[in-house]
Ligand binder design. Structure first.
Ligand code: URA
Length: 239
């Protein structure tokens, strides 16, 4: 059981004080009856809560997908540089969301943010085996031999061995790269190791979740039920 004002604030649309005011103004009904006491307890698993006659779904955790722009740090805060959290308004930041993993400053594309530490941990765990797909534009012409080397598992310049990865050539200097691990600067280092330095890198998907068609850097939205199903289908259950 939780307080009604917290229930509404956790659902994301209002701050706690806005929720309290909405309740006192008679805009909130619980199980069909208008309730004017913000401190009233509700059962978040059973009670039906309406705000202005629209159902409010309780969210214990919050998940967002951001199409990360280039030039922004993947971090929660930084003294001097703009971070991905700076792209979100305070009413979303208040949930305490943080980026799940990291995209390089110049990489664009799909970045998940959540306040669910357990799920973030399971997505990031080295044995999670979640595929991530990137579109890369490189300096040079990609070849069948590069594809074979990716498939066999590359050894990077410093001796780091990568798991087998996918390289699908779209045209001479553009390709889709699929990796199942998340080593530091991995895709850039893999392509550099076959002599094709990355000029542009964009992440298109993480597990079953992809950027929206026509998505543009800077856009973000909350994940809906369908997105969460797609994501959780690919996230292992154990830590
Ligand atoms: N691999 C990279 O090299 N950079 C990223 O941002 C993500 C994967």
């Amino acid at each position: 059981m939780i307080r009604l004002d917290k229930y509404i604030a956790d659902s994301g649309s209002l701050t706690r004080s806005q929720a309290s005011k909405a309740i006192r103004d008679g805009r909130v009904a619980v199980n069909g009856t208008v309730v004017r006491r913000p401190e009233q307890k509700v059962d978040e698993t059973r009670d039906s809560v309406l705000l202005d006659a629209v159902p409010v779904r309780y969210e214990a955790f919050h998940f967002y997908m951001l199409d990360k722009p280039a030039g922004i740090l993947t971090a929660s805060r930084d003294r001097t540089q703009k971070t991905v959290l700076d792209l979100f308004p305070p009413e979303i930041r208040k949930h305490g969301i943080f980026p799940v993993g990291r995209l390089d400053k110049e990489t664009t594309g799909l970045l998940l943010l959540t306040d669910d530490g357990d799920t973030a941990h399971r997505i990031l765990a080295p044995k999670s085996d979640i595929s991530k797909v990137y579109e890369a534009r490189v300096d040079g012409i990609l070849t069948e031999e590069d594809m074979m080397r990716f498939r066999e598992g590359l050894v990077l310049g410093d001796g780091t061995r990568c798991l087998p990865a996918g390289l699908k050539i779209l045209d001479g200097n553009r390709a889709l790269v699929t990796v199942r691990e998340g080593k530091y600067h991995q895709v850039r280092r893999m392509l550099a190791s076959v002599g094709k330095p990355v000029l542009e890198l964009r992440r298109l998907s993480v597990g079953g979740l992809s950027l929206d068609p026509g998505s543009e850097p800077g856009r973000f939205r909350a994940l809906d039920e369908e997105d969460l199903c797609k994501l959780f289908m690919t996230v292992p259950l154990e830590k």
